[in-house]
Write a protein that binds this ligand. Sequence first.
Ligand code: HEC
Ligand code: HEC
Length: 344
Amino acid sequence: MKRVATGNMARMLLNGVLIGLAASLFLYGCAGDEKSAKGKKLYHHYCSHCHGDSGQQGEGFNWDRMPDPRPKNLASNAEMSTFSDKEIFDTIYRDMRDTSDPNVLDDDSYFAVSTMPTFKYTLSEEEIWSIVAHVRTLHGMSLTYDWMGRKKELEEAFQVIQQEMESTKSAYETAIEKAEAAQSAYEDTLTDAQLETYEPKDITVPEEAPFLSINAKFEEAKASVENFSKRPKKTRIERPDLTISDAELAVQVEKGKSLYRNTYGCNGCHSLNDEGGLVGPELDRAGFRLNPTWVYQWIRNPQAMKKHTRMPNLGASDADAKALTYYLGTLRAPISQVPVPEAE
Ligand code: HEC
Ligand code: HEC
């Protein structure tokens, strides 16, 4: 009698565990599906023109116009299964670097192609993971990377740095208080005549440098946690000061020309003299058509001016965006030289 009861208990418990397991697998599966469904939408908006809806070479409308090297076949299991999830993520989430720099070309860990844009400054990390999940389905695999674990890691790193920042900050504040007290004690010893010519010194303490350095890291860690689920901020960029001497202008134009091709791969999406991508408008006459202030602001943060534009924010610095703006200002092809698109 007793044994039967225990057996039943055990079976009931086991059933409970199995139901729980099935439910969590179901939820896990749904979360995965939901993730790649979201990724599919984003992929169609931001990637299909170059990579094709199915990931096949030659399928995207921009394929024929992209400079070499062209992308691999994202639909090929043989080619893509050699990449880890994290490696695929990194190709989408990286800073643009000068690909004509031999150090970049020698760096095997780096993907040295300027015409694959970064999406780091346009989408959230979580959205990019959902895109990786979708890319995996294109070649019959599924995402195994623990992206929730990654989120937790970022949160934990933030907490550690927050504690360090707080103790460094209080050491800094104590040092400032002490220095202020010392200064006012000194002032108390001065005669009225001395006080008349006395200039108080700016208070500086050696504790300031470590505080500023940890504070910068703190802000960075905070941004990483926030940016995991949220897109980078779309704050409108201030009006730039674009006044420049003629001699300096010539230098900046050359720099901008190199950035255009070698760093930011603008030519992957825009054409000049009928060469280059078709994702964005041709820029042959940009110097006539477009206002430099607007161009600068657009390059720094296109999403702040047009929320769903397909042009990603490529993370150009103030200096780089200025050089690009000066360069685009020189693109002044006469109308007759702009090739007329062939009728379909
Ligand atoms: C302007 C065209 C363009 C756009 C837009 C673009 N890519 Fe790429 N992509 C490329 C090029 C070019 C390469 C690199 C080819 C090389 O180095 O072999 C590449 C490489 C890749 C690779 C690595 C495979 C390989 O060929 O080495 C992946 C994965 C990838 N892209 C995914 C994406 C995703 C996801 C998006 C959208 C979020 C996207 N790409 C948007 C052009 C583009
Ligand atoms: C992934 C493709 C892509 C890349 C890379 C890209 N652009 Fe664009 N760009 C676009 C698209 C698409 C538009 C059209 C914007 C819209 O209306 O959404 C555009 C618009 C523009 C415009 C406005 C053109 C006009 O006639 O209104 C300028 C200027 C411009 N881009 C400059 C650049 C520069 C400079 C770079 C490199 C730093 C660059 N783009 C990189 C896709 C791209």
